[in-house]
Design a protein around this ligand. Structure first.
Ligand code: HEM
Length: 424
């Protein structure tokens, strides 16, 4: 009897010791992970607080937890890196991956099946980089100024409109007609209004649309479907469109060509929507903010006007044609655009961790999303002195002739998945 009891007690002791060892092992493993902000609601985690004001959340977490920390939200572990060692891993490690970080977003926001996205990504990336690469850039200024003139004529010479609306009214049709094909942008008043409204709804809800089921976002879903239908209706025209000047295919024609060869035509409207969003969602606000910064710095405004007169002569009614060579001479404008992009850079870019990576003394487990915030990186005085000031002259140091930006400028991402539209 005593022996039996002893046996029971020693099994219990072994089991308890085993549990303690397992607990300590898990603690040790967690100890080697970055601090984690997980909130108190299961699965949602810190999602609500994070979703309310993500940029402030990231900066407050950096101040509280240091250069690397994890946020658990909506079932995802997002590990943020804010300083050199983490940034290097983000940009250079073979164990982190762009496609797998964005496949869910692409699937939810443009209904592109994940296997199709993964099959096509590399090839589409190459074609877009080529079409918008530095050797082909000369094609854009001419086409864009012609389109701009047309839009300006439609606006007339009088009237009032807020700057943001004006920029959108000019740049949406110009971008769509140049990148897709002339005539895709609607010409009738009612349809134009619909286009603006649907794009605004789609763009503003993009972040939610990338995380939540579509049936919970009725208006957003309606706008998404409106664009898919617009592209579907126009695919035959886009395919057969040939520019009067006999230029090679438009960017979207080249993209469609690859999609059709490797998969089938059915996926074209979805890629149309994705490309529409990629091209308009950053470039149009940047154009607005560049004008706003210039207009609110009278010395810079004056210098720019003088530069423009020295290249094109004084203002008149002529249809100015802008070439790549002339743009090269307007260096201050380029600096202003880059300085605006620095200050209005995307909130975050992400990579999926495929195999555990070591950053500082921490191990980031596979499955985590590694996150980098260009917005905050550009506000670190270590990399950009007086970061909150609009100082175009800081770009004097960048080797723009060789298309190199300033160190730690990350608005277009970096490496293999860098934005293909960054030079246009
Ligand atoms: C100021 C304007 C722009 C900004 C700030 C910007 C920013 C970005 C960023 C941060 C990325 C992700 C890079 C990464 O994760 O490493 C990206 C990707 C991309 N951008 Fe842009 N972008 C701009 C303009 C454009 C334009 C005009 C186009 C024209 C089509 C474009 C097309 C794309 C595409 C297709 C991708 C995905 C690349 C891939 O899948 O590999 N972007 N952009």
């Amino acid at each position: 009897m005593l022996d039996k009891n002893m046996e029971l007690i020693s099994s219990a002791v072994i089991a308890i010791l085993g549990c303690v060892a397992l607990f300590l092992f898990l603690q040790w493993k967690n100890f080697r992970r970055p601090p984690c902000i997980r909130g108190w609601i299961p699965w949602v985690g810190a999602g609500l607080e994070f979703g309310k004001a993500p940029l402030e959340f990231i900066e407050n977490a950096r101040i509280k937890y240091g250069p690397i920390f994890t946020v658990f939200a909506m079932g995802n572990r997002m590990t943020f890196v804010t300083e050199e060692e983490g940034i290097n891993v983000f940009l250079k490690s073979k164990n982190v991956n762009f496609e797998l970080a964005v496949e869910n977003t692409v699937h939810r926001t443009a209904s592109i099946p994940k296997n199709i996205f993964l099959t096509l990504h590399e090839k589409l990336n190459v074609i877009m980089k080529g079409k918008m690469g530095t050797v082909n850039l000369y094609q854009f200024p001419g086409q864009m100024t012609e389109e701009l003139h047309e839009q300006l004529e439609n606006l007339g010479t009088h009237g009032t409109m807020d700057l943001n609306n004006l920029v959108r009214h000019l740049l949406y049709p110009v971008t769509v007609n140049v990148l897709f094909n002339k005539g895709l942008f609607p010409t009738n008043e009612r349809k134009i209004k619909e286009f603006y409204q649907h794009f605004q709804t789609y763009d503003e809800g993009f972040e939610y649309g990338s995380q939540m089921p579509e049936y919970l976002l009725r208006n957003w879903s309606k706008s998404k479907k409106w664009f898919l239908a617009l592209f579907e209706k126009n695919i035959p025209d886009i395919k057969t469109y040939k520019s009067a000047k006999g230029n090679s295919m438009t960017l979207f024609q080249a993209v469609m060509d690859i999609i059709e060869k490797i998969t089938n035509e059915q996926n074209c409207p979805n890629y149309g929507l994705l490309m529409l969003w990629a091209s308009l969602s950053n470039a149009v606000p940047v154009a607005f903010w560049t004008l706003a910064f210039i207009l609110s710095h009278s010395n810079i405004h004056k210098a720019i006007m003088e530069d423009i007169s020295s290249v094109f002569g004084t203002a008149g009614k002529d249809r100015i044609k802008v070439s790549e060579d002339e743009l090269e001479k307007l260096l201050l404008i380029k600096w202003c655009i880059l300085e605006t992009i620095r200050l209005r850079a995307p909130g975050v870019i992400s990579r999926k961790v495929m195999k555990p990576v070591k950053i500082l003394n921490y191990i980031i487990p596979s499955g985590d999303l590694l996150m980098l915030s260009p917005f905050w990186l550009h506000r670190n005085p270590k990399y950009f002195p007086e970061p909150e000031l609009f100082k175009p002259e800081r770009w004097k140091k960048a080797n723009l002739k060789k298309h190199a930006f300033l160190d730690c400028f990350m608005a277009f991402g970096n490496g293999k998945s860098q934005c293909p539209g960054r030079n246009s």
